[in-house]
Design a binder for this molecule. Structure first.
Ligand SMILES: [Zn+2]
Length: 179
């Protein structure tokens, strides 16, 4: 184990302390502990993405969180943590029927803010779009009580906005993959 590198706890921002005996890194500030095998897993993001695809959000979340401790600007991990908070496998199914409880919305918002803060300059626009999508979802789902009423022109516009934002996100992802 290497005690010369400084790893920051993503839960609270304190430095982690290596525990040689237990093969973990622990945070004396908030009590979180991370196994060194998962923390230094070079394929953490690949495994995290697989878990995300399978809908294993808790496993994916831990792997992405560990990846961010070593590389705070990692695009895959920043995106993954947002999706894990939302319990979405990806952004394709997000629409005006998407419901998010308040605590989840707060959690997603915090992670998007973190992503905007930590991402590379070229990735910030993508995470701005994620924030817009979250706002669009909030705006359309507040009108859910009107499901059986005719769709007003205003609501129609909000739904179109949401669909457009989601498409921009998916296009940006496609453009990244093509690089
Ligand atoms: Zn901590």
């Amino acid at each position: 184990m290497d005690d010369t590198i400084n790893i920051i706890c993503t839960m609270c921002g304190a430095s982690l302390i290596p525990d040689e005996e237990k093969k973990i890194y622990r945070c004396d500030h908030c009590g979180m502990a991370y196994g060194s095998s998962i923390l230094f897993d070079r394929n953490g993001c690949v495994k995290g993405s697989k878990s995300l695809e399978a809908g294993e959000f808790n496993d994916a979340d831990v792997r992405f969180r560990c990846a961010l401790m070593l590389k705070p600007n990692d695009f895959t991990a920043l995106r993954g943590r947002i999706l894990c908070a939302a319990k979405w496998k990806d952004f394709t199914k997000v629409d005006d029927y998407t419901y998010l409880p308040a605590f989840r919305k707060k959690n997603i918002r915090e992670r998007i803010e973190d992503a905007i803060k930590n991402a590379d300059e070229e990735d910030k626009e993508y995470f701005d779009l994620c924030m817009k999508l979250l706002n669009d979802v909030e705006l359309t789902s507040t009108s859910v009580d009107q499901k059986n009423k005719p769709i007003t022109a205003r609501r129609q516009r909000l739904i179109e906005d949401l669909n457009q934002t989601r498409q921009q996100i998916l296009d940006a992802e496609k453009a990244r993959e093509a690089k």
